[in-house]
Ligand binder design. Structure first.
Ligand code: SF4
Ligand code: SF4
Length: 77
């Protein structure tokens, strides 16, 4: 599981990618309006989480249910 999380005020957002399920189609990269995601050796990765606007397109369009966008993660740090 490749997780990325960023602080946004008191709450943080997180994009969780189930790498084992990813088939490397790059649809998530293409549908993201903010270039948050990149392909790395045929696996999707989060490259710029700060730019994510939590639109949910990557999660919606991934045909293999690899991505989970979590807008409000409790910041315990
Ligand atoms: S939620 Fe939207 S902005 Fe964030 S990574 Fe997914 S497609 Fe890109
Ligand atoms: S859309 Fe899903 S299967 Fe395709 S590259 Fe992105 S995470 Fe992997």
């Amino acid at each position: 599981m490749n997780k990325a999380a960023a602080k946004k005020g008191k709450k943080i957002k997180e994009i969780a990618i189930r790498e084992a399920w990813c088939k490397g189609c790059a649809i998530c990269v293409e549908v993201c309006p903010k270039q948050v995601l990149v392909m790395d050796h045929l696996v999707a990765k989060v490259a710029n989480l700060e730019a994510c606007i939590v639109c949910g397109r990557c999660e919606l369009f991934c045909p293999d249910f690899c991505i989970e966008v979590i807008p409000d993660v409790q910041d315990n740090s």
